[in-house]
Design a protein around this ligand. Structure first.
Ligand code: SAM
Length: 201
């Protein structure tokens, strides 16, 4: 699913700083829900609408995806979600220790080539960052269509301090604290099984 570059995206993000968080305020955030790689914002916005008492933050590094999300947030006047247009590796160190309730990784890029594995959002350097920002009992929820990424990621988690809570190779969307993402909808329509795992710190 290619996202064609939209020249309006960056100017729109620059004009609508209200949907984002200034870098110097990031360390003040606490007790929120984070989606890394939020794409066009489907999950972020639907979760914010479904759970108006909770606060959601998305991080997205692709300018067009971030711009599309920002446009939806402005149109829908979303109050309890923010979007950070940046690479997560730059932002994660800014969050306060133990400040995040749950991290969602939805259909993360698979980076199939071995030399690119360290870019995966489930690679050990990222897991170390997640462990720092999650409190004891804080959760990481990962879903993907990609079985190779899923199986490799199970190994990465096994070699970390994360504790397995649940795992399925045929997630049907039954968790109330969840909603379908854009990629998920595509793969479900194709009949591709969805893998999902929940870990706890
Ligand atoms: C395959 S898409 C999935 C989008 C969405 N989560 C969904 O399920 O529909 C993965 C997204 O993660 C973003 N991404 C990948 N690595 C990232 C990083 N290090 N920081 C921020 N965003 C990232 C990509 O730009 C892309 O938009």
């Amino acid at each position: 699913m290619r996202t064609h570059y939209k020249a309006w995206a960056k100017p729109f993000l620059d004009e609508h700083l209200e949907i984002s968080i200034p870098l110097d305020e990031i360390p003040n955030l606490k007790d929120f829900y984070l989606e890394i790689g939020s794409g066009k914002g489907e999950f972020l916005i639907k979760m914010a609408e479904k759970f108006p008492d909770r606060y959601f933050v998305g991080i997205e590094k692709n300018v067009t995806c971030a711009g599309i999300t920002a446009k939806k947030m402005v149109e829908k006047e979303v109050k309890n979600a923010k979007l950070i247009y940046a690479d997560a590796s730059q932002i994660l160190p800014l969050f306060k220790e133990k400040s995040i309730k749950t991290i969602f990784l939805n259909f993360s890029d698979p980076w199939p080539k071995k030399r690119h594995h360290k870019r995966r959002l489930t690679s050990d350097l990222f897991l170390k960052q997640y462990l720092r920002v999650l409190p004891k009992g804080g959760k990481l929820i990962f879903k993907t269509d990609n079985i190779d990424l899923f199986n490799d990621s199970l190994e990465y988690f096994e070699n970390s301090e994360f504790k397995l809570v649940s795992k399925t190779n045929n997630y049907l969307g039954e968790d109330e604290f969840d909603t379908m993402t854009e990629y998920e909808e595509f793969f479900r329509n194709e009949g591709t099984p969805i893998n999902r795992v929940i870990y706890e710190r």
